[in-house]
Ligand binder design. Structure first.
Ligand code: IMO
Ligand code: MG
Length: 423
């Protein structure tokens, strides 16, 4: 069996949660491989919607095994709150979720460091979600981190105190006000690790490979998006993990040759939350219309998202670095009724025509647009290919041709039922 991967191809918030929930019907195992509670994956059931941060989006499917992989950074407090909210819906979360021993822990002081780093950057701030992601991954690669497996060790408290003292020493170099009471957060955190320890804690790499060997396909659920990848995103305005396909191998302990399908999820337009380049951004009434109609407000932080037209060079770049085999287009219904829909088909970078995503995040990038006639009617009601308006078909045919990968799924609304699978 293969490890199939779902990835966001833009700046996050593409709708990965809904798609994983839909695809999970075909996968007995769903696994998160990177990121942490900076993610906000929304799933809608009827009129209620649920936002997942650390738990894989297969948790609402009966019989699905959900793995939090070694590549993830986990905050025990957010994890406990999230799991208890899921349990309150009657879902036996403890039976469905397993956690990698090698996953790293986010400490309360990681959150303080995140806030201090951002405060020190001033105008150049990343726009981090302030969940402690960057500091936790820094400790991981700096070989200081604490892992879930360490919780099972009698010497855990001493390890914790050593790392905390290192953080406190660093924090003393900053002049900033703590955004929360550390002693209180720490007391809660210590209780929450006991809750975390009540879950099945596994050797993720043995678990994933054994499941594949036993004929169980795994769906790897990416967080964030390709343009936020620590290597390939608009550095330093990125997150701190590998959001591209390769991250699924290191984040779950699965070899590259076991990867099967790579689903690339993108919105019919673009959004970005936080700082950094966004060539097709619309700072006008059209941008505001996209934000309102698309409910483009952060699922994790509530911040209004920046909005703009679809960016083909960025999409091709994301498809290239991850070897995307099928595209999944989200939220095209948000564009219903626009007279004109635009797509950036190339850029002018510092005055010169260029079809590559530029290295320089401060370059002057001017998109070159292609215009499409908008469509009338309600895409949210379309259930078959024949229901789709001709103008919309022309729009998606152009994207497929430019990117060179077929669009296999069209999501035309938040509900599971508003999903058109194309053969
Ligand atoms: P999902 O999985 C959108 C952005 C932040 C910031 C940058 C770094 O829901 O798509 P971090 O907290 O990682 O240090 O922030 O990355 N960011 C996201 N934007 N969706 C996300 O996740 C994001 N996770 C982080 O806004 O610009
Ligand atoms: Mg999000």
């Amino acid at each position: 069996m293969t490890l199939d991967v779902v990835l966001g191809l833009q700046w996050g918030d593409e709708g990965k949660g809904k798609i994983v929930d839909v695809l999970a019907a075909r996968y007995p195992v769903v696994a998160r491989f990177q990121g942490g509670p900076n993610a906000g994956h929304s799933i809608q059931f009827g009129s209620t919607s649920f936002v997942l941060h650390s738990v894989p989006s297969g948790v609402f499917r009966k019989d699905a095994i959900n793995i939090i992989g070694n590549g993830v950074v986990l905050d025990p407090t957010i994890f406990r709150e999230e799991c208890q909210a899921i349990e309150a819906l009657g879902v036996p979360v403890r039976e469905r979720v397993r956690i990698a021993k090698r996953a790293h822990l986010i400490l309360p002081t990681h959150k303080l460091l995140d806030a201090a780093d951002e405060a020190a950057l001033g105008k150049g701030k990343i726009g981090s979600t302030l969940k402690g992601i960057g500091p936790a991954y820094s400790d991981k690669t700096g070989r200081n981190g604490l892992r879930v497996g360490d919780l099972l060790d009698a010497g855990f408290r001493a390890k914790y105190d050593t790392l905390k003292q290192k953080h406190i020493a660093r924090l003393a170099q900053y002049k900033f006000e703590y955004p929360f009471d550390l002693a209180e957060a720490e007391a809660r955190w210590m209780q929450d690790i006991e809750y975390l320890k009540s879950f099945e804690i596994v050797d993720c790499e043995y678990e994933t490979n054994a499941l594949l060997d036993a004929g169980k396909a795994i769906l790897a659920e990416g967080a964030q998006g390709s343009m936020l990848d620590v290597d390939f995103g608009s550095y330093p305005f990125v997150t701190s993990s590998s959001t591209a396909c390769a991250g699924a191998c290191t984040g779950l302990g699965v070899a590259p040759r076991r990867i099967g399908k790579v689903y690339g999820v993108f919105k019919a337009y673009c959004t970005r939350v936080g700082s950094g380049p966004f060539p097709t951004e619309l700072n006008d009434a059209t941008g505001e219309e996209l934000r309102q109609r698309g409910h483009e407000f952060g699922a994790t932080t509530g911040r209004p998202r920046r909005t703009g037209w679809l960016d083909i060079p960025a999409l091709k770049f994301a498809v290239m670095i991850s070897g995307v085999t099928e595209l999944i287009m989200m939220k095209a219904d948000v564009l219903d009724g626009f007279d004109t829909v635009k797509v950036a088909c190339g850029y002018r970078v510092d005055g010169k025509r260029c079809d590559r995503v530029p290295y320089d995040v401060y370059a002057d990038i001017e998109p070159i647009y292609k215009e499409f006639k908008g469509w009338k009617g309600d895409l949210g009601q379309c259930r078959k290919e024949e229901d789709l308006p001709a103008e919309f078909k022309a729009y998606i045919a152009y994207i497929e041709q430019e990117v060179g990968v077929p669009i296999r799924i069209l999501s035309l609304g938040p509900d599971r039922a508003q999903t058109l699978i194309r053969e």
